[in-house]
Design a protein around this ligand. Sequence first.
Ligand code: DX5
Ligand code: ZN
Length: 219
Amino acid sequence: MMNHLVSTSILSADFGCLEKDILMLNDSVADWIHCDIMDGVFVPNISFGFPVVEFVKKVSAKPLDVHLMTVDPDRYLSRWQEAGADILTVQYEACIHLHRTVTEIRNLGMKAGVAVNPHTPVSLLDNILPYVDMVLIMTVNPGFGGQSFIIECYNKIAQLRKMIDSRGIDVMIQVDGGVDLVNAPELVSAGVNVLVAGSTIFNSARPAETIRQLKYPFL
Ligand code: DX5
Ligand code: ZN
């Protein structure tokens, strides 16, 4: 089994002490910092924008994994790169010309990800797989932290794993939403490469230890 990555979602961090939380992540075994960008249109919530991501970049020692839950993401791709995104993920449902969008993300020097909502079949990704570095399978409806994992998503993970392996291409599978210490080992066994977790980490009494348990779920 390959080593998986843990991407810690700061949506559940304490925004009054964000620097403290980022320094904690720097000292932890977290691999990436996941920034959830919500515009109040694609999802029924608004999170944060460029100034916060710029600040996180300044303090963070880890790559920034920026997840756009916004309509018309093409308008701001270079702005996210300038703000500090290392990996930029757009929602499949928000992109009319997805090939152009992910190509532009790569041309800007970032890794390109495409996210699918729980109702969107992974079979729709067949033709875009060679052009992306990562597929994000949303395991909750995007918009909020702390929701319950949608169990049917395991089928999508298995199906996508087969699509990737049968073609011998190098595309990471990320899951986001409702990841906890119980399902983490199951998800890794199912072939997930990147676990996103927010409330499981920031609601725990010992966040750095919880990150360690997500990173080494079989110990
Ligand atoms: C949900 C966001 C997630 C969220 C995950 O729309 O994309 O990244 O922060 O939160 P948890 O881990 O609490 O489900
Ligand atoms: Zn996310």
